[in-house]
Ligand binder design. Structure first.
Ligand code: NI
Length: 397
């Protein structure tokens, strides 16, 4: 059956590439994916899907379509994200972005095209499927504070779903290679902010001021001791101060400093301890340096944790489909994904599909202004998603 799936996907490769080019040329930002949504709906309906739902929970973008075979079997969801990034495309492919300042530089255009390809394959095989497949075209992955996954889940997109799978096209893996990892795969992503208030004064007479810049600087350094001195060194944690603002000119000690950053980890228990640790250090230093401070910590996205059994079996499916040399266990990444929110609720797996190919010039990393994707890997992605769905529904995984 996997051979049939592969043939169907490969026979559709030009169409899949064309879809990607069309989405690439017409990128839209998070929760503004209006044209993208219309196009996805149109292509699904052309394939014969009925009851294609648009929008979710007050949001007008995103598409959900069910392949409902009317059989009592299980239901698997396949998910693609559909939004683009606020950046200017510098590359000049024929399908270059027509929306200035907006670009599909994370490959979500490929995700849409691959999932449409999988929908085509599975629709063609509808009579042979013993269960249901839900296709989720999710808006707003790039704005984790306004996660499209969260909105869709609240609106019930996972109701009746037994498992979920998705793919992210990945620039650093060789073209056509599938990267998988059971267990924690991508990190949690939280955000913190801290304001330090001191007492302003003349830069020449610091003893008459309480300098918030010196206090904030001490905090930036001391916060790193959480990772180096407080957490088990075998746990991966990142605490980054990414934004710092204070002062106006060279000879005035300001009365305030502002800092902002991110925290990443794979372990929910470790993650839960971080706010207390940061607050203790920030408070202690403010007090020691005669300043006041306010610290806020926002839990934004949990880690993306792939179900162990599902992932090992999905890797076996990938090996059977593409060959053992095309499937690689990879190390986790500190990047984050709102795929995590689905995988927190239902078992499944999120995998990478490589697109690095020197002969085609697809060598730039994700979010690069000349980012591009090797179209030849797209049918593999479609076939893999369809094969995972088929195998799951046939209780072969
Ligand atoms: Ni992405």
């Amino acid at each position: 059956m996997l051979d049939k799936i592969k043939k169907l996907a490969e026979g559709h490769k030009h169409q899949i590439a064309e879809w990607r080019h069309e989405f690439h040329a017409n990128p839209e930002l998070s929760f503004q994916e209006f044209e993208t949504t219309k196009r996805i709906k149109k292509y699904l309906e052309q394939m014969g899907f009925t009851n294609v739902r648009v929008g979710t929970g007050g949001i007008e973008t995103g598409v959900v379509a069910d392949l409902d075979t009317q059989k009592d079997g299980p239901c698997i969801a396949l998910r693609a994200d559909i939004d683009a990034l606020p950046m200017q495309e510098v590359g000049t492919p024929p399908y270059r972005s027509r929306n200035d300042g907006v670009m599909h530089a994370c490959g979500h255009d490929s995700h849409i095209a691959m999932l449409l390809g999988a929908a085509y394959v599975l629709k063609t095989m509808e009579s042979e499927l013993p269960g249901k497949v839900r296709f989720i075209f999710q808006p707003s992955e790039e704005s984790p504070h306004k996660s499209g996954a969260r909105a869709m889940i609240q609106d019930g997109v996972l109701d009746g779903v037994d498992a979920i799978s998705g793919l992210h096209i990945w620039s650093s893996l060789p073209a056509g290679v599938v990267g998988y990892k059971a267990g924690p795969f991508m990190a949690s992503a939280d955000e913190w902010e801290c304001t330090v208030w001191g007492k302003g004064g003349h830069g020449a007479v610091p003893h008459l001021a309480f300098d918030p810049i010196v206090a904030a600087s001490a905090m930036v350094g001391a916060l790193q001791t959480i990772v180096s001195r407080e957490i088990d060194p075998l746990e991966a944690v990142v605490i980054t101060c990414a934004h710092i603002e204070s002062g106006t000119t060279f000879n005035i000690i300001p009365d305030k400093a502002f800092m902002q950053g991110t925290v990443r980890t794979f372990n929910q228990e470790v993650r839960a301890t971080i706010p207390e640790r940061m607050e203790r250090i920030i408070k202690g230093i403010s007090e020691a340096m005669r300043c006041k401070s306010e610290f806020t910590y926002k839990h934004v996205l949990p880690p993306t944790v792939n179900d162990k059994e599902f992932t090992e079996k999905a890797a076996d499916v990938a090996r059977a489909l593409l060959g053992a040399d095309k499937v690689k266990e990879v190390v986790p990444t500190m990047g984050a994904e709102d795929m995590s929110l689905y995988l927190e609720r239902v078992p499944g797996t999120f995998m990478f599909l490589g697109t690095y190919n020197e002969s085609k010039g697809t060598v730039n990393p994700q979010h690069h202004p000349e980012y591009d994707v090797d179209d030849d890997v797209l049918p593999f992605g479609s076939a893999l998603l369809a094969s995972i769905a088929w195998s799951f529904l046939n209780k072969q995984m």
